[in-house]
Design a protein around this ligand. Structure first.
Ligand SMILES: Nc1ncnc2c1ncn2[C@@H]1O[C@H](COP(=O)(O)OP(=O)(O)OP(=O)(O)O)[C@@H](O)[C@H]1O
Ligand SMILES: [Mg+2]
Length: 499
């Protein structure tokens, strides 16, 4: 509380002194002023968040000061005091934005209550602003990218989970596969999107603090508990709680989580009564929970409860066709972040990326692109700066089969075979690549090829790339523009990304 600043303005020394003493005891930083002029000066340099303001000052009228303070800082709280209380001045003060109004002599306890309440309001407002900002940030930036059929299945599940509000969701997958992004996508596409999304990492909080973090405590629950404290289950009221690394949840806590999930109620530490919890619980782990259940490390009943809705994220090596799109996406976002203008990765670079196995999944790929962008001064990311681990991966295999056309794993590269390739074949390939990049949207694909949509359709027909349907088995893109080609799960899904 030591950062909360209060300015007491009163020419009666005894009043300023007793107010200042009481507020300091409460933990506030306090300054006093005995005149309007002094108050204006202190307002400038001390920058109070709350002012206790007497109406009758020797030089200026307190009501006038109130207006000036409010004009300078709309968010300031002002509590008026006067020895000559009358309805007019009280109404005027409240109309001009005072938080409260006290006649002298006043009860110090009542003032303390008003000041504490004002700062609590301020804290809550900051929290709400923070969540609003987060909400905007998340929906602007944290996009889930993927064209592969496997990711399309994930997108469909996100949609189902977002729509079925009551159920707990378990997200599984190796580290770096995007579990956190999926949790956020579920929340921000659900009816709870405007309420908080609060994340808690069960692995990083010591066991003895976890219950406090989750459920909060009552005042006096233990020696240091001077105030009631809300846990994340209460802070996320109406929204979602994301229990990350649920596999690391201590066994004893698992029973409490199960109770909260089942009854939608929980108890604060030291509490006598249950509190209702209106939250959706989303959980994630990279661990093998069924194996942990078999080994007695995770409660079977909790596992079954969490596993009702399960989203299992594929590793990056199982969906290498997404690498090209992901690389392009990371280049674009990093360009923005670092004010760069990198255009793309060289075909040879993409080949290496496609051969590598990515044990750290998408996170490792992002870090790799970031590193390349730091090291590369040119506009195309060349293979020279790749780590030796990535460069050497699958090298021998590659050398045995040189000169093939590849538009597969890395998504967007063509390697001219030694035996040559006809321009027609190349054209067909480019059309396929453009369609893949556009998520099947023909207008966008035509734009990539700097041609008209009619020309594109004509050529698709000519090459037998079917109109609005899949060209090849397992192709991730659906086909036509919005009318015919919206992916099956949602109109928000735009082929390559879930935003
Ligand atoms: N499909 C995706 N599209 C775009 N970015 C992704 C995707 N999947 C993961 N990322 C990026 O990879 C990084 C790791 O993602 P995230 O933190 O969601 O992984 P995780 O599965 O929760 O990993 P861990 O188990 O280590 O916590 C983040 O920078 C995220 O933005
Ligand atoms: Mg994570």
């Amino acid at each position: 509380m030591s950062n909360n600043r209060v300015l007491v303005v009163d020419d009666e020394k005894l009043i300023s002194w007793s107010l200042a003493a009481m507020l300091k005891k409460e933990g506030y930083q306090v300054e006093t002023a005995a005149s309007g002029k002094e108050a204006l000066q202190k307002f400038e340099c001390f920058k109070p968040e709350l002012v206790m303001l007497d109406i009758s000052l020797p030089d200026l009228n307190g009501l006038e000061l109130l207006k000036r303070f409010k004009a300078a800082n709309e968010e300031i709280y002002i509590v008026m005091m006067t020895a000559y209380a009358n309805a007019d001045s009280a109404v005027q003060a409240l109309q001009d934005g005072a938080e409260d109004f006290f006649g002298k002599p006043f009860n110090l306890g009542a003032i303390k209550h008003v000041v504490n309440r004002a700062f609590e309001k301020r804290r809550l407002k900051k929290e709400v602003d923070y969540f609003r900002r987060e909400l905007r940030k998340k929906s602007d930036h944290d996009k889930l990218i993927g064209n592969s059929q496997k990711m399309i299945e994930v997108f469909k599940m996100i949609k189902i989970c977002a729509d079925t509000d009551a159920k707990t969701v378990l997200i599984t997958g190796e580290s770096g596969t995007g579990k956190e992004l999926v949790a956020k996508a579920i929340h921000y596409h659900s009816a709870r999107a405007e309420a908080p999304f609060i994340e808690i990492n069960c692995a990083s909080i010591p066991e003895n603090l976890l219950e406090n973090e989750l459920f909060g405590h009552e005042r006096g629950a233990y020696t240091d508990a001077s105030k009631m404290h809300k846990g994340v289950f209460e802070m996320a009221e109406g929204g979602s709680v994301f229990l990350d690394e649920i596999g690391d949840m201590p066994f004893a806590m698992q029973a409490k989580i199960l109770k909260a999930v089942e009854t939608k109620r929980f108890r604060r530490l030291g509490g006598q009564e249950d509190v209702e919890a209106n939250v959706r619980i989303i959980t994630a782990t990279h661990q093998d929970l069924p194996a942990m259940v078999r080994n007695g490390k995770f409660r079977a009943d909790l596992f079954f409860r969490l596993n009702v809705m399960n989203i299992s994220l594929p590793s990056l090596r199982e969906r290498k066709e997404d690498i090209g799109t992901l690389v392009q996406y990371f280049i674009e976002t990093l360009n923005e972040e670092y004010g760069r203008n990198v255009l793309g990765a060289a075909p040879e670079t993409l080949e290496h990326l496609a051969r590598y196995e990515w044990p750290g999944n998408v996170r490792e790929l992002r870090n790799c692109i970031e590193r390349l962008m730091m090291l590369e001064q040119e506009k195309i990311l060349s293979a020279g700066h790749l780590s030796s681990e990535i460069r050497e991966c699958g090298q021998a295999e590659q050398e045995e089969s040189p000169g093939v056309i590849r538009s597969d794993a890395a998504g967007e590269h063509i390697v001219l075979p030694a035996s040559g390739i006809s321009l027609e074949e190349l054209e067909k390939l480019l059309i396929q690549l453009a369609l893949r990049k556009s998520g099947g949207n023909q207008t966008k694909a035509a734009r990539y090829l700097k041609t008209s949509r009619d020309t594109l359709r004509y050529r698709m027909k000519k090459f037998g790339i079917s109109d609005g349907t899949r060209e090849e088995e397992g192709s991730p893109y659906g086909g036509d523009d919005a009318a015919a080609g919206d992916p099956p799960c949602s109109n928000r899904l735009q082929g390559a990304e879930w935003s």
